[in-house]
Design a protein around this ligand. Structure first.
Ligand code: PEP
Ligand code: MN
Length: 366
């Protein structure tokens, strides 16, 4: 449930509410909005709900106590109506600017990584990507350079001044990855690895959570809730394609998810047309599509000689293709950025519960 404080409630009143929640063995999460403070009550409330609601309502400074209609709380727009903006080094994610995460699928060598980051940084990348610990479908495929790769990634940050993102595959790797990387990436295969979600939530770094290839939007947001519930509100969502009956592309990029998660949550969302399509020639059109529907950014794989890549050779862009894609997405972003608020919140009619986006539902409409 949410406790909405009266406008102008004092710190002592806010602390009084938090103390009551803590005394119940539950956790209060505060969101200080523009005009009032909202406190989410997180934990297993169970049968105590009616009694606890009444006690909170009677606590000084409290305006209302309401149930949260969604199973995810902290990541919902109901709790936090304003967009989350994440700052990491000089990069800003979620403020209406276009985030471009680019780099190789896997870090294969120091030279390969640095050659790539020099190019993408000079052509508009805002975050450097590169896999050091690789989740490969086959145990016999290249598994990544591990910590050696992390060291090259740190060198890439020094060289470009850009933050770096890389995947962490298991809780035991979180500390070492967080030591080198600015943003932790949780891959599609690990979206519901709950101990990894909690470990990343405690790591003190922003986290990018990729959508599980077989996960619904609600399951994805529940996974994000695990990270938030561990105390980390700096979460970027990444739509990277889901498995459908269609087999032409590697996955099906669910562009619908972009405005939907903007509607349901306050978190920024980026699209990954590389893993979504698995085909080089489809990356640019799907990057354009993602930006056009209001994504806060894209993640794209780039390699100096894609055909020689040790992983995902068929989907990595070469340098000219990256430059060409950047020209296109920059132009599209210029065109849609003024629509950002409209794309993100317009359908809500000003509040997360109002307006047309809730009309219809799966069975609504003609
Ligand atoms: C990646 O981005 O390196 C990756 C493995 O992606 P995904 O988890 O989406 O397959
Ligand atoms: Mn890849």
């Amino acid at each position: 449930m949410f406790v909405v404080m009266r406008t102008g409630a004092t710190d002592a009143e806010v602390n009084g509410v938090k103390g009551l929640i803590l005394a119940e063995g539950l956790t209060p999460f505060e969101n200080a909005g523009a005009d009032r403070v909202v406190i989410a009550v997180v934990g297993e409330i169970g049968a105590r709900r009616p009694q606890l609601k009444a006690r909170l309502e009677a606590t000084p400074g409290v305006a209302t106590v309401t149930a949260i209609s969604k199973p995810y709380k902290l990541v919902s727009r109901e709790f936090h109506p304003e967009d989350t903006v994440i700052r990491v080094l000089d990069a800003v994610i979620g403020d209406g600017s276009l985030t471009v995460m680019a780099g190789p699928c896997s870090i294969e060598s120091r030279e390969q990584l640095l050659e790539t980051v020099d190019f993408v940084a000079a052509h508009g990348a805002t975050v450097i990507r590169g896999g050091a610990f690789k989740p490969r479908t086959s145990p016999y495929s290249f598994q990544g350079l591990g910590v050696e790769g992390l060291r090259y990634l740190a060198e890439a940050r020094e060289r470009t001044g850009l933050p770096v993102i890389t995947e962490v595959m298991e809780p035991s790797q979180v500390d070492i990855v967080a030591e080198y990387a600015d943003i932790l990436q949780i891959g599609t295969r690990n979206m519901q690895n709950f101990s990894l979600l909690l470990a990343c939530g405690r790591a003190g770094r922003p986290v990018m959570l990729k959508r599980g290839f077989g996960a619904t939007i609600e399951e994805w947001l529940m996974a994000a809730e695990y990270i938030a519930s561990a105390g980390n509100p700096s979460i970027v969502l990444c739509e990277r394609g889901i498995r459908t009956f269609e087999t032409y592309a590697r996955n099906t990029l669910d562009l619908t998810a972009v405005p939907v998660v903007h509607h349901l949550t306050h978190l920024p969302v980026v699209v990954d047309p590389s893993h979504a399509t698995g085909k080089r020639w489809l990356v640019k059109p799907l990057a354009i599509g993602g930006v056009a529907v209001g994504a806060d950014g894209i993640m794209v794989e780039v390699h100096p000689r894609p055909d020689e890549a040790l992983s995902d050779a068929e989907q990595q862009l070469d340098f000219p293709a990256f430059a060409s894609m950047m020209d296109a997405v920059t132009a599209v972003h210029e065109h849609v950025r003024d629509l950002h608020g409209d794309l993100v919140r317009g359908a809500n009619g000003g509040g997360a519960n109002g307006g047309g986006a809730n009309g219809g539902g799966p069975t609504g409409g003609a």
